[in-house]
Design a protein around this ligand. Structure first.
Ligand code: SF4
Ligand code: FES
Length: 379
């Protein structure tokens, strides 16, 4: 189903390069090298096209977007076109001068991820000594430049019991908002699923803490919470619905409905080097495959929630059930929901973590193996 409605948001993955090596990274296992990335001119043109289409917000991400020396140019273009810019950074490469330069060009907002609420956890999960201290300084630079700050806390087995410390950290850093986001199992997180999966009791403690803290900090700190999918009864509207109001451009210019869409084997994606962005958004088969609700099989087809969650996440449906068009198995109405419940119990304390790195020769375990009666946890 093609669309005449414009997208509102764009996630620009400027590069896959990153000084950190988080084992839950949503980038694909097959990371792109710098020489595959779009040039300054090509990205600039993409941003002009996005503004022409009516995109209101661009999230500048990676990898680590500040490794692109031309980031300042992109922010200037977007600011001139009245597009809101959000920098999603690990913070470890930021200096005060760079932050000032980005702010001067018109950057609107900064989001800094913390892998832990303490240096011990941050440095371990990011696999970089001194990362936590660098992030604390980066957050200060953001505030010195009078920019609004969000702390992003990606949560998993190794830091789920730090939820209250994360909230204290956000308050100490004078952030407006904290996003406590439980790991979504795509990309590197899928490879490390058994190691990263939290225990149900820890999830329950986390939910309790968030309820209390939201009440206590009302009007002072906005606490956004991304629930752990595998412990939920209904899915989220992933990306706000497939090709509904947002899209992703990967470092080499491939345009996708979500950051993990490349994991869907039968899907082919167009590239901004070959076609205009607007044409890709409106007409490309990949975008139109799961747009709207007409494509849905049961149980979604006759479900009253289908316009709210759009059947959940296509990439998660593929990863767990083997078919992207199935209802997200997080849904309690899905015939595969029992698999998700088993997976939620499949955490292995002390299991080995594979840290993100370029050129990893992914072993068989890295492949997505759908669950089946003989293989109930998909490993
Ligand atoms: Fe959502 Fe489909 Fe489940 Fe209904 S059946 S709640 S539309 S995933
Ligand atoms: Fe691809 Fe959810 S991550 S649809």
């Amino acid at each position: 189903m093609s669309t005449n409605l414009p997208p509102l948001g764009m996630l620009a993955e400027l590069t896959h390069r990153c000084p950190l090596q988080c084992p839950y990274c949503s980038n694909p296992l097959d990371l792109m090298k710098a020489n595959a990335e779009l040039s300054t001119q090509q990205w600039s043109d993409v941003f002009e096209q996005a503004a022409d289409m009516g995109v209101l917000q661009v999230h500048l991400s990676g990898g680590e977007p500040t490794l692109r020396k031309d980031l300042d140019t992109f922010i200037e273009i977007l600011a001139r076109r009245g597009v809101y810019t959000n920098l999603i950074t690990a913070g470890v490469s930021l200096t005060l001068d760079r932050m000032k330069s980005l702010a001067d060009r018109g950057l609107d907002h900064v989001q800094i991820s913390f892998q832990g609420a303490s240096s011990q956890v941050t440095d371990f999960i990011g696999n970089m000594k001194g990362a936590h201290e660098k992030k604390l300084r980066a957050a200060e630079f953001v505030r010195q430049c009078d920019l609004p700050l969000t702390i992003n806390a990606p949560i998993h087995r190794y830091n789920i019991d730090q939820t209250d410390e994360f909230i204290k950290l956000a308050l100490d850093l004078d952030a407006e908002r904290i996003e406590i986001a439980n790991t979504q199992f795509y990309g590197w997180a899928l490879l490390n699923r058994a190691s990263l999966m939290p225990e149900r009791a820890a999830v329950e403690r986390q939910i309790h803490t968030i309820e209390l803290e939201r009440e206590r900090l009302k009007g002072r700190l906005l606490i956004d919470f991304v629930v752990p999918d595998y412990f939920a009864d209904f899915p989220k509207a992933c990306m706000g619905g497939w090709a509904n109001d947002a899209f992703v451009v990967s470092p080499d210019g491939t345009v996708m409905p979500c950051h993990a869409a490349a994991s869907i084997p039968h899907m082919r994606f167009h590239n901004v080097r070959e076609r205009p962005l607007a044409e890709i958004w409106q007409h490309s088969p990949a975008f139109n495959s799961y747009r709207g609700t007409d494509w849905m099989p049961e149980p979604c087809r006759s479900c009253e929630r289908k316009h709210t969650d759009f059947g959940g996440c296509r990439c998660q449906a593929l990863a767990v059930t083997g078919a992207a068009e199935n209802a997200d198995p997080v849904c309690s109405l899905s015939p595969f929901h029992g698999h998700v419940q088993r997976l939620a119990k499949s955490g292995l304390p002390n299991a080995q973590l594979t840290f993100r790195r370029l050129g990893l020769q992914t072993p068989a375990v890295a492949r997505v193996v759908p669950v089946s009666r003989d293989n109930p946890v998909g490993d």
